[in-house]
Design a protein around this ligand. Structure first.
Ligand SMILES: Cc1cc2nc3c(=O)[nH]c(=O)nc-3n(C[C@H](O)[C@H](O)[C@H](O)COP(=O)(O)OP(=O)(O)OC[C@H]3O[C@@H](n4cnc5c(N)ncnc54)[C@H](O)[C@@H]3O)c2cc1C
Length: 647
């Protein structure tokens, strides 16, 4: 906020204020995290659910397993630790999401303004792959009036939600309830239908599907081309997880090495440490997928097997360079995982065709001076780590064997080539997004890209151009921060004790109790509220400067201001002259411009003490309110290739 010569100016336009709400800005689908966290703090849980669900068809899933870029960007982290935004979302999705058995809040909660307004009774479209990308496209297109058929290779939908994320992190009934809610919009789902095996792109076109979406993800695990990689006892992490989540674990041994230091490697290792023995379990894979049980109880076999299995995680990175989330590493070690940092695998050692160990060398550095991946090894420091099983978990790759030259769909390094804005492939009627176009990312990236792809498919079929607009306004914000808000520490949601979780498939994280949720939510710094200065009635008493606990409001003269580059540039903008002309202003001219009030918006904690102190009510706390909205323009989208219409 700045004032010069009695003129009030709000720095930046809408973009500036959008970026101020860092959690919302960082969320790919722009969920109003600040809005739902505040609602939870004030006990308005149903409203909080509506806000969390508005732009996200997988709000319940995200409440449990989102990678949470909102938390990475939460401004409270500058003060101490970020607000537990993801876990707070779960607090309301468990009360109002479709997993309650009632999908009415889910269906009512969809923000229709984020969908193009031109709706109708439209043609058939095909979606290949029932992961989050495919199901999000199905959700949006069904709402627009298309007849959507989803073709899924696997026996049940969900993609990585079903076969990747371990059952002890995400109950399958939550997955199925959100997918069932999407199917209730009239979406047809055909499982056990694999593109390339059961049908082709050409056959979809022949069947009359006017546009085709490919959301097939990255299903295969990567392996290193090491000597011994074909020995008995070497597995691929994705095959391992798929089998584990089906309740039909692969025949791994008792001394397991997982190669990799990312979150997926931790999903593999933490699954491997759990004593799953499907032969002794009464619950079938089908039961798990339909969510008939939260996690099939293997306590009996667990008791017999606990302590017998040793799982080691071997990775190139040092402990604090590991790409896995800290919580995974900490909880993994509590469950008994042994970590071998700074080791590069050289050979899988074997005897009689079976794995007996992994030869590793010391990795002295992983990244070069430019932070590029460029590992350096110390070949003098070699050791063999004993093992009877080695599981690779170093990344995922695609299976694009189904692509035929006549399909017209090009790929590049294992990913389908798309326009980054429209997600149209090189075949005009075919669109693709999620991991198969972006590479391995988070669920929330797949969801956002799918919303944009669905919009593009609609524009392609209707010959229109949909744009996203932002409407914003300021509203008075009457609120007080909770007493001792600055003393409230971040608390992790309740978690099952390490011994119990390592010996069963129980879901490890629980929902915050209500009282805890309210106090965790009260930690929010409310970045959507700002101090608005009415310079017309300011008496320049500097009371606000004195009272500010962060010492971030300053009253300064224009003469001092122009001594900094930012200040000089700001004044140049105000006077609509080049910065070099500001340098030519003499002391008298600068003095005549008066004083300026400077406030550091990034450090401001929105405590409102300046507003309370102001004797002339020149300072008020106001909420920045905005609404994104889709508007459909007539005429073709300039970035889409209409190619004479669909094939
Ligand atoms: C083990 C693991 C754990 C993860 N955990 C998290 C997490 O906790 N949080 C997070 O934010 N992200 C996580 N991710 C990343 C996230 O899973 C992906 O970004 C996301 O699943 C991508 O969605 P998608 O729809 O593009 O692909 P997928 O989820 O892979 O779905 C693709 C679907 O297409 C189907 N399919 C493939 N080929 C064909 C074909 N030829 N014909 C028909 N159907 C086909 C597949 O069976 C699958 O159902 C994890 C990834 C992995 C591998």
């Amino acid at each position: 906020m700045a004032e010069a010569n009695g003129q009030f100016e709000q720095i930046g336009g809408v973009d500036y204020w959008l970026k101020m709400v860092k959690c919302q800005d960082a969320c790919p689908v722009h969920t109003d995290a600040c809005g739902y966290v505040t609602a939870i703090a004030e006990g308005r849980d149903e409203e909080a659910y509506r806000i969390a669900r508005a732009t996200n068809p997988f709000a319940s899933i995200c409440g449990r397993v989102c990678g949470a870029p909102c938390e990475t960007n939460c401004r409270r982290a500058d003060l101490d630790t970020p607000v537990s935004i993801r876990a707070l979302k779960r607090f309301v999705t468990t009360q109002f999401g479709p997993e309650t058995g009632d999908s009415s809040h889910y269906l009512k909660g969809a923000n229709q303004k984020m969908l193009p307004p031109n709706r109708g009774d439209f043609e058939r479209v095909a979606v290949v792959g029932a992961g989050v990308a495919g199901m999000t496209v199905a959700h949006d297109l069904a709402w627009l009036g298309y007849k959507v058929t989803v073709f899924e290779a696997y026996s049940s939908p969900g993609g990585m939600l079903t076969v990747g994320v371990p059952v002890f992190r995400l109950p399958r009934e939550v997955v199925m309830s959100e997918i069932d809610a999407i199917l209730s919009l009239g979406v047809e789902l055909k499982c056990n239908q694999k593109l390339g095996r059961d049908f082709t792109i050409a056959s979809l076109r022949e069947q009359g599907f006017k546009s085709i979406f490919l959301g097939i993800g990255l299903q295969k695990g990567r392996k290193l081309d090491l000597p011994g990689a074909d020995l008995d006892g070497v597995f691929d992490g994705m095959d391992f997880l798929r089998a584990f989540n089906e309740g039909k674990p692969l025949p791994v041994g008792r001394k397991i090495i997982v190669i990799g230091g990312g979150n997926v490697a931790y999903d593999v290792a933490r699954s491997a440490v759990r004593p799953v023995d499907a032969a002794e379990s009464d619950t079938s894979a089908e039961d798990i997928h339909r969510g008939e049980t939260t996690a099939y109880d293997v306590a009996r076999s667990a008791m017999r097997m606990s302590g017998e299995r040793e799982v080691k995680v071997v990775c190139l990175e040092g402990r604090h360079e590991m790409p896995a989330d800290e919580i995974e590493v900490v909880e993994g070690s509590e469950e008994g995982l042994k970590l071998y940092n700074s080791r590069g695998p050289r050979e899988i050692v074997g005897k009689d065709g079976k794995v007996t160990g992994l030869r590793v060398v010391e990795c002295s550095s992983v990244f070069d001076a430019n932070r590029r991946f460029n590992p350096v090894f110390n070949e003098d420091n070699v050791e063999v780590i004993e093992a009877d099983t080695v599981i690779f978990s170093i990344g995922q790759t695609s299976d694009l064997a189904f692509l035929k030259p006549e399909d017209g769909i090009e790929s590049n390094r294992g990913l389908i080539k798309v326009d980054p804005e429209t997600f149209q492939t090189t075949a005009p009627d075919v669109f693709a997004c999620g991991d198969i176009a972006l590479g391995p990312k988070l669920f929330i990236h797949a969801i956002r890209s799918a919303q944009l792809a669905a919009r593009s498919m609609h524009d392609f079929l209707r010959g229109t151009h949909t744009i996203e607009t932002v409407k914003s306004s300021w509203e008075p914000a009457s609120y007080t921060m909770r007493e001792n808000w600055d003393q409230l520490v971040r608390i992790h949601p309740p978690t099952v004790a390490a011994k119990e979780r390592a010996s069963s498939l129980v879901v490890i994280e629980d929902t915050f109790p209500a009282e805890e949720a309210r106090s965790q939510a009260a930690r929010c710094l409310r970045c959507n509220v700002d101090t608005i200065f009415d310079t017309g009635i300011c008496v320049a008493c500097t009371g606000c400067v004195d009272v500010c606990p962060e010492d971030l409001i300053k009253l300064t003269s224009v003469i001092d201001l122009v001594k900094t580059d930012d200040g000089r540039d700001w004044l140049a903008g105000q006077l609509a002259i080049p910065p070099t002309e500001v340098d030519k202003l003499d002391k008298d001219q600068l003095e005549a411009l008066g004083g300026v009030m400077l406030k550091d918006e990034l450090t401001c904690i929105r405590c409102g003490m300046c507003a309370a102190r102001c004797p002339s009510h020149a300072i008020t706390m106001q909420r920045f309110v905005y609404q994104r909205e889709c508007v459909t323009l007539p005429g073709h989208h300039p970035k889409l290739n209409y190619g004479g219409g669909p094939a």
